[in-house]
Design a protein around this ligand. Structure first.
Ligand code: GYE
Length: 329
């Protein structure tokens, strides 16, 4: 029997149209879903603002996101893992398309990474890595080889001190305890200086990658150790803080104490060009453009390499003088 009710086909078409309207109405920046315009939403959890390196890294990421037309949700964790975990959970709740973060420390991420995986949100690690055994918890890791940076610093010192007649006393300012760059730079440096038994680390402590930390710990080092020949600081900022402590103790940085750092941000390069630092192993913070490229690829379901290493170099005082005028950060 014929009825005047709409056919099944018509109902299906109407339902689809209603659904589409509903989705368009709620599927936008508020929820973090990809909108009709195809904009990708990226949730990014930054470590903090502890150093010149970090500031340059944040600028690079924000500029690159704007340039790539990616909707960036940026969170500053103030050097606290609990804040990063909270931020990542928020990103999951907001249903962002991709999550990227720079893990403040290496361990303790499995649970939250599993939550992101279960929510089918791809994760990209940038700058620092995690020690998770399950590599399927993230798509890729973009950043430097920190062991290599430590090794390059150590190899330079071995060459400088090859004719040293007696013990060379080294103090080390470590980065944030438990962070990949602190663990790896320490390891690479120790491996390299093992080539000369005269080179001895007599004190090693964390200055948390900050100028204030570097100054304070260096003051303690100077009080406790009458003969310090070399300072290896895991970043420029701690080295810059240490300069104040060294000068206040009546010693000449770069002469009485050889200073080696990592990063090569502008202030560090200036200290090197001025003869206050002696050597810097570069670590590039300009990861934004590569990160945005990876975000797009991962979002489109394309395969990406599991590890992408940043290209970097080293600087002597002469090389710093040459490079300084063109240094962008
Ligand atoms: O060397 C330091 C910053 O993770 C590579 O963190 C980064 C390090 C960088 O605070 O200055």
């Amino acid at each position: 029997m014929r009825t005047h009710l709409p056919s099944r086909k018509v109902i299906a078409v109407l339902t689809a149209a209603l659904l589409a309207t509903g989705m368009a109405a709620c599927g936008n920046s508020d929820t973090g879903d990809k909108g009709d315009d195809g904009t990708i939403t990226l949730g990014f959890s930054q470590v903090g603002a502890e150093s010149g390196w970090r500031t340059a890294n944040t600028t690079s990421i924000k500029e690159a996101a704007t340039g790539a037309g990616i909707d960036l949700k940026f969170d500053d964790a103030q050097q606290k893992q609990e804040n990063q975990i909270k931020a990542i959970r928020n990103f999951i709740q907001q249903k962002v398309d991709v999550i990227a973060f720079s893990p403040v420390v290496e361990s303790g991420w499995d649970t939250v990474l599993k939550e992101a995986k279960d929510a089918k949100i791809p994760v990209i690690l940038t700058d620092r890595s995690v020690d998770s055994a399950d590599k399927s918890l993230y798509k890729t890791f973009l950043g430097s080889d920190f062991v290599k940076e430590g090794r390059l610093a150590g190899e330079w010192l071995v060459e400088q001190k090859k004719a040293a007649p007696g013990p060379v006393n080294i103090v080390e300012l470590q980065g944030t305890t438990g962070s990949a760059p602190a663990n790896d730079r320490k390891k690479g440096f120790a491996e390299a200086i093992a080539a000369n038994p005269n080179l001895k680390i007599i004190a090693s402590q964390s200055g948390d990658f900050t100028r204030a930390g570097g100054k304070q710990v260096m003051e303690q080092f100077l009080k406790a150790n009458p003969k310090i020949d070399v300072l290896f600081a895991h970043n420029d900022d701690m080295g810059l803080g240490a300069l104040e402590a060294i000068t206040a103790a009546g010693k000449v940085p770069g002469k009485d104490i050889t200073i080696i750092t990592v990063d090569a941000v502008k202030d560090g390069m200036q200290a090197l060009a001025d003869g206050k630092f002696n050597f810097i192993a570069e670590c590039s913070p300009l990861l934004g453009p590569q990160l945005m490229d990876l975000v797009k690829k991962v979002h489109n379901g394309e395969e990406v390499p599991a590890r992408i290493e940043t290209q970097e170099t080293t600087f002597t005082q002469e090389q710093a003088k040459e490079a300084l005028p063109n240094r962008k950060y």
